[in-house]
Design a protein around this ligand. Structure first.
Ligand SMILES: Nc1ncnc2c1ncn2[C@@H]1O[C@H](COP(=O)(O)OP(=O)(O)OP(=O)(O)O)[C@@H](O)[C@H]1O
Ligand SMILES: [Mg+2]
Length: 272
């Protein structure tokens, strides 16, 4: 694949002085087994960060800890709330944490069934998130839902259908609409194209790339696919056995990998 990684305009913006999210020495054990260990990085508004590594390297553990779905064993995660102050996420009141999850953040699961209400209509799946941020006007909610179905290339005529009547690709696009409708500032994605076949993956990636660019979203995306990282991310973290082996700008890292493990990953992709 010969497409340059997207440029992060936010990175060059001097007005941004503070990261959106700051991770320090984050460690999670499962009993005596390492899930992830001593992970530190920052993510800035509008930046797309890819976390890559082989199966079992700790990507999901890290993502779940950052997004407060899993308590870390040690380390901190701070987030710049709308008051402009960095807050330690694990010291937030439960109500504030839930508010973040419902409004300021999105979480796109690999399996759409984990992120959708399968027995509610497509329109309700999108509308529910709007209601969580206080929209009470039925007409407006429906109008916005139709607009978002259109943005993710789902026919408006399907608005009253349940996602269980959708194909895998449509479900994933609906999950994306549900997550983005509240204009979150940070979206977590765990292998969002993982369960889909190759042609569907390519279209979905294209769509995601467009939406992320248009909305200026910050995204932390977990993938084992370097082509996905190349297409979507500005910066990458490479993990192995729960630890970071290399991190840096995506173009630099993929064109000139430094760590032997990254070199191996990159060369095996080129051969494949
Ligand atoms: N619930 C759990 N209980 C015990 N060990 C776990 C649990 N979840 C993950 N682990 C272990 O933590 C390590 C990291 O797993 P994790 O699921 O984070 O990897 P991953 O990079 O997401 O892998 P994959 O690409 O297969 O999804 C592995 O050794 C795994 O066996
Ligand atoms: Mg995983």
């Amino acid at each position: 694949m010969n497409i340059a990684a997207p440029q992060a305009s936010a990175l060059q913006d001097d007005s941004i002085e503070q990261p959106l999210l700051s991770v320090r020495s984050l460690t999670r054990y499962y009993g005596t087994r390492i899930g992830c260990a001593d992970i530190s990085f920052d993510i800035w508004p509008g930046e797309v960060l890819a976390i890559v590594g082989e199966s079992g390297s700790g990507k999901t553990t890290l993502l779940n800890c950052i997004s407060t779905r899993l308590p870390p064993t040690s380390g901190t995660v701070s987030y710049s709330m709308r008051d402009g102050v960095l807050h330690d996420l694990f010291k937030l009141r439960e109500a504030d944490r839930r508010f973040l999850l419902r409004t300021d953040w999105g979480f796109v699961h690999q399996n759409p069934a984990d992120g959708l209400r399968m027995a509610a209509s497509a329109g309700a799946n999108v509308g529910e998130r709007l209601m969580a941020v206080g929209d009470r006007h039925y007409g407006h909610i429906r109008e916005t839902a139709i607009d978002w179905l259109d943005r993710v290339e789902i026919d408006a005529g399907r608005i009253d259908d349940q996602p269980r009547a959708f194909s895998g690709g449509m479900r994933q696009r609906l999950q994306i609409a549900r997550n983005l409708v509240t204009a979150p500032r940070l979206v977590f994605m765990d292998e969002p194209t993982g369960g889909l076949d190759v042609s569907v993956q390519a279209r979905l990636l294209d769509l995601l790339r467009g939406l992320v660019n248009d909305l200026g979203l910050a995204v932390i995306i977990v993938t084992h696919d370097l082509a996905v990282a190349r297409l979507l991310s500005h910066r990458m973290i490479v993990m192995k056995d729960g630890r970071v082996v290399e991190q840096g700008l995506t173009d630099r890292l993929l064109d000139d990998p430094q760590a032997p493990y990254t070199q191996l990953l990159v060369s095996s992709i080129l051969q494949g």
